[in-house]
Design a protein around this ligand. Structure first.
Ligand SMILES: [Zn+2]
Length: 257
C-alpha cells in the first residue's frame, strides 16, 4: 500500500468552486477552499448559501477579507484583513475557521504572527515543489499548482522560494518532461512509489478559462485509484496529523477568536 498522502486546495472562493466541489465529491477527494469576503481583484465570490453548502463537505479557510496581498499593506490594514476575514467567514458559516491562505503567497514573518494571533491553526503558502508538510504550521508549503506553467516559471519559483535542498530534486524530476501534465503525472507517480505529500492547488476560474475540467477530472480519477481514501486529507487534517513544528511566537498581538 502506498504511503503517499494527497491533499487538494482551491483558492479565491469563485462561484465555480461549486463545480469543483461536485468534481471532488465524485472522486471522494476532500479539499480545503480558501475564501475571501470579497475579491478586490474583480472576480465574484460565492454567495452565502452555496458557500454554506460547500462547507458541508469541505474545509473552508479564510483568504483575508478582500483578497489583499498582505506584504503590500501597512500593519493595521494587514491585521484588519486577517481578523475581519476570519470573523466574517465564521459569522457566515456559524463555526470556527481554522485555516488561512496568504493571497498571492505574499507575506512577511510578521504576518505569520498576526495569523496565529487571530486564532488560525495553520496557514498555507504558495511555496511549490515540496513533498512534505514542513515543520511550520503557519507556512505550509504545496507541491504544484494545477496550471500549465512553462519551465521558466517553475525555475523562477524554485529560485525565489528558498528551501532549495528539499526542492531541487523535485524541480529536476519535473524538468525531464516537456508537457505540464506529463510533469504532474511523473511527480505523482514518484510520490505514489516513494511516499510523501502531494499537495495540489488551483483556482476554479483558471480551470474554466483554460478548459481544463476534463484533464482535472482524469487526474483526480488517477488519484482516487492510487491513494487510499484514508490518505486523502484536507489541509487541516494534514497539518493536525503531520506538521510537528511549534507555531511561531507572536509577541505584541492579542489573541482574537
Ligand atoms: Zn488568491
Amino acid at each position: 500500500m502506498s504511503q503517499a498522502i494527497f491533499s487538494f486546495s482551491v483558492d479565491d472562493g469563485h462561484p465555480l468552486d461549486l463545480r469543483m466541489g461536485a468534481l471532488l465529491h465524485k472522486h471522494g477527494i476532500p479539499a480545503s477552499f480558501y475564501v475571501p469576503g470579497r475579491n478586490s481583484e474583480g472576480p465574484p465570490v460565492l454567495a452565502a448559501t452555496p458557500l454554506r453548502e460547500l462547507a458541508q463537505a469541505f474545509e473552508i479557510g479564510s483568504h483575508t477579507l478582500e483578497h489583499r496581498y498582505l506584504a503590500r499593506l501597512d500593519m493595521h490594514e494587514a491585521l484588519r484583513q486577517i481578523t475581519e476575514g476570519k470573523r466574517a467567514l465564521q459569522d457566515l458559516l456559524g463555526k470556527p475557521v481554522q485555516g488561512f491562505c496568504y493571497p498571492g503567497g505574499k507575506y512577511r514573518p510578521l504576518h505569520c504572527g498576526m495569523v496565529q494571533a487571530a486564532g488560525f491553526r495553520y496557514a498555507r503558502t504558495t511555496q511549490s515543489l515540496r513533498l512534505d508538510v514542513g515543520t511550520q504550521p503557519l507556512e505550509v508549503p504545496t507541491t504544484l499548482q494545477f496550471y500549465p506553467h512553462p519551465r521558466r516559471v517553475l525555475i523562477r519559483n524554485f529560485l525565489s522560494q528558498g528551501h532549495w535542498r528539499e526542492r531541487w530534486f523535485v524541480l529536476e524530476l519535473l524538468l525531464q518532461e516537456d508537457h505540464w501534465l506529463d510533469r504532474l503525472r511523473r511527480l505523482f507517480a514518484w510520490v505514489v512509489r516513494r511516499g510523501g505529500v502531494f499537495h495540489l492547488w488551483c483556482h476554479s476560474l483558471d480551470v474554466e478559462r483554460l478548459g481544463l475540467w476534463q484533464e482535472l477530472d482524469r487526474f483526480l480519477a488517477e488519484v482516487a485509484d492510487w491513494i487510499p481514501a484514508a490518505r486523502r486529507l484536507n489541509n487541516l487534517q494534514l497539518v493536525t496529523r503531520y506538521c510537528e513544528g511549534a507555531p511561531v511566537s507572536t509577541p505584541g498581538f492579542q489573541i482574537i477568536r
